[in-house]
Write a protein that binds this ligand. Structure first.
Ligand code: K7E
Ligand code: CUA
Length: 623
């Protein structure tokens, strides 16, 4: 086609541009709200707020938990486009997470092998109350684990299991001076030691608050508490963490758990606990060496603030002044003045309730609260299916008896919101631009897809005086929580570093075998253990075939020599349940038994080249 032919005379557009523009205009006209999903129809038209056009980049990274799918997802905000999935506690068929040797080694740290995880609370490491872009930590309630994701490669690099407790739920990081600790709540109460004694005596059950050394990923200490721990957050002084606590009754059934009118927000005095551990004032349990201090009622390490029964979310305001405990069964949230906690620990206040400076009534089922950095708070109302926007200072005035209306707005969300989160809202940099409401039910918001429904993450513009709903985003089971991080905080790598510790063990194995991973294509045999080393450059594996004997334990090590961004290879051994991802400049390995005779083809499962289909080879299995 000549240049002239391709022009549409009247508009000056090429034919191709013209066809695209009309098609998109048609789409936009019939679809209404679809921020981020429908590209802007005309390049010159101003995008509606929240729309990120094709080829445009989002302003924020959202880190979403994957709930009982066990993973973490990265979404772009405000487009709400899903950018990546990071397998953590789950087995992943695309990347071979849970199948490769590198991932198995990491998962081994969690006491597994387990095939599932229940990820609730992803939170990023901080320095001086600000995201530092280094790690994201996440809990696994199902198997009592905590994992760390390295944000340079966006892979899980540590998984640990927490000793002496069952079910890690709430998780947050120490914000100030930096994330020395990851704080996490063990929820369920069990007897100690849990070796079959006292199983029918719930009065002997207990649970603990846990501090993990964030760099070493080891439990630094544990604190025994009264009640069941739910959610937690830390202050901006580096002094306190606070957890919501239900079941002050110590019951094991629902009616028993509901008996008391009040449960607690428990404050942990970090310096005092550290001093006790240093002074050797602790116990240990069983094989575990983790220091345990007793923080039950009357201890010098904790403070139990009575709040309406069964509180849920616990959130620190970004000005560092308040902890907010969310009522759940009570229509209120409780505002706790953090400076007054100092006074209580110093003996200047007698009654724990004296640290409460507000208890605004917001609506039915308050679960979690987020902040905009302008003095307003946003609380999810699970039962009312609303977000209540309220002003913290006015709520405190109302508690002092002044006649002020602290409610700014209530916005319907669809439906039954659990967590919500504002852009940068759990840090000093809370910027009040966007709010995401993670709704537990979608009901009629999407095309029906069978009895199991997706959930609905709604994007709300909070930059003005009123909240505006701009986007619905279906999500799969079950992102409890998310954080939204400005992109300026993030520096992910584009290609792997050859000396990355992620595959250090494999590199050491190669060295022992006398192999140079960057050039050798060799088979090294140790008895019936066979190490197969190969390179890959699109569209070739360094080896088109290798020979083993039936029953051999085969370890395949592939080093991707491509240096080009986005050229990832894969290695799949047909009929062996074997798959792995090998990113540019990465080394990956997988071990399996060659239990089928004859010709077994392997191939690259990651589209890498026009001849990607041809990127394959044979394992020849002799009998
Ligand atoms: Cu953070 Cu669902 Cu685990 Cu509230 S929890 S909703
Ligand atoms: Cu290499 Cu596809």
């Amino acid at each position: 086609m000549s240049k002239k032919d391709s022009k549409n005379d009247k508009s000056g557009l090429t034919r191709r541009q013209f066809i695209n523009a009309t098609a998109l205009a048609g789409l936009a006209g019939t679809t209404g709200l679809g921020a981020g999903l429908i590209p802007a129809a005309h390049a010159k038209t101003k995008h509606p707020k929240g729309t990120v056009g094709p080829g445009e980049l989002d302003e924020y990274y959202g880190f979403w938990s994957g709930g009982h799918s066990g993973e973490v997802r990265i979404l772009g905000v405000p487009s709400m486009r899903e950018l990546m999935r990071i397998p953590v506690f789950n087995i992943d068929s695309a990347t071979g997470w849970g199948i490769t040797n590198e991932s198995k080694e990491i998962l081994k740290g969690g006491g597994g092998p387990y095939l599932n995880g229940d990820a609730h609370h992803p939170h990023m490491s901080m320095t001086d109350g600000r995201y530092d872009g280094k790690y994201v930590f996440i809990n696994d309630k199902a198997n009592t684990r905590v994992a760390r994701i390295r944000c340079d490669i966006m892979k899980t690099d540590k998984v640990i299991s927490i000793p002496n407790v069952q079910a890690i739920h709430g998780l947050r990081v120490q914000k100030v001076p930096h994330t020395k600790y990851v704080f996490c709540n063990a929820e369920f109460r069990i007897p100690h030691p849990n070796d079959g004694r006292d199983i029918n005596d719930p009065s002997k059950y207990l649970t603990m608050f846990n501090a993990i050394d964030a760099e070493k990923m080891e439990v630094a200490w544990q604190v025994i508490v009264d009640g069941n721990l739910d959610n937690t957050d830390a202050d901006y002084k580096g002094k306190y963490a606070c957890s919501t606590c239900y079941n002050s009754e110590g019951a094991v059934d629902l009616p028993g758990t509901m008996r008391n009118e009040r449960d607690w927000a428990v404050v942990f005095n970090i310096p005092r606990i550290e001093d006790a551990v240093k002074a050797g004032k602790f116990t240990t349990l069983g094989d575990s060496k983790v220091p345990i201090v007793d923080g039950r009622h009357g201890s010098e390490y904790t403070m139990y603030i009575p709040v309406p029964k069964s509180p849920h979310g616990l959130n620190t305001s970004p000005d560092g002044k308040y902890f907010v405990a969310n009522g759940k069964l009570s229509p209120t949230v409780t505002i706790i003045d953090i400076d007054k906690i100092d006074d209580w620990f110093d003996g200047k206040l007698k009654d724990e309730r004296d640290v409460v400076v507000g208890e605004p009534e917001l609506g039915l089922g308050p679960l979690h609260t987020a902040f905009d950095g302008r003095g307003n708070a946003y609380t999810t109302l699970f039962i009312d299916s609303q977000i209540a926007k309220w002003n913290v200072a006015d709520a405190i005035k109302a508690y002092q008896g002044k006649k002020v209306n602290y409610i700014r707005q209530k916005l319907d969300v669809m439906y039954q919101p659990g967590h919500n989160h504002t852009t940068m809202g759990e840090t000093r940099d809370a910027d009040g631009k966007w709010l995401v409401s993670l709704c537990k039910f979608a009901k009629d918001r999407f095309l029906p897809v069978g009895p199991l429904h997706p959930e609905n993450d709604q994007l709300i513009d909070i930059s003005g005086d009123t909240m505006k709903l701009v986007h619905d985003g279906p999500t799969f089971a079950e992102p409890h929580d998310c954080i939204i991080v400005h992109r300026s905080k993030m520096k992910p790598l584009k290609i792997w570093k050859r000396n990355d510790p992620f595959y250090a063990k494999t590199t050491a194995m190669a060295k022992k075998d006398g192999i140079v991973l960057e050039k050798d294509n060799k088979v090294v045999r140790h008895g019936n253990k066979v190490h197969v080393y190969m390179t890959s450059i699109a569209p070739n594996f360094g080896m088109t075939d290798f020979t083993v004997k039936l029953g051999d334990e085969v370890t395949v090590v592939v080093t991707n020599l491509d240096q080009i961004e986005d050229v990832t290879h894969g290695f799949t051994m047909t009929n062996h349940g074997v798959v792995m991802e090998i990113g540019p400049q990465q080394t990956s390995s997988v071990t399996f038994i060659a239990d089928k005779p004859g010709v077994q083809w392997f191939y690259c499962q990651w589209f890498c080249h026009a001849l990607h289909m041809e990127m394959r080879g044979r394992m020849l299995v002799e009998v």
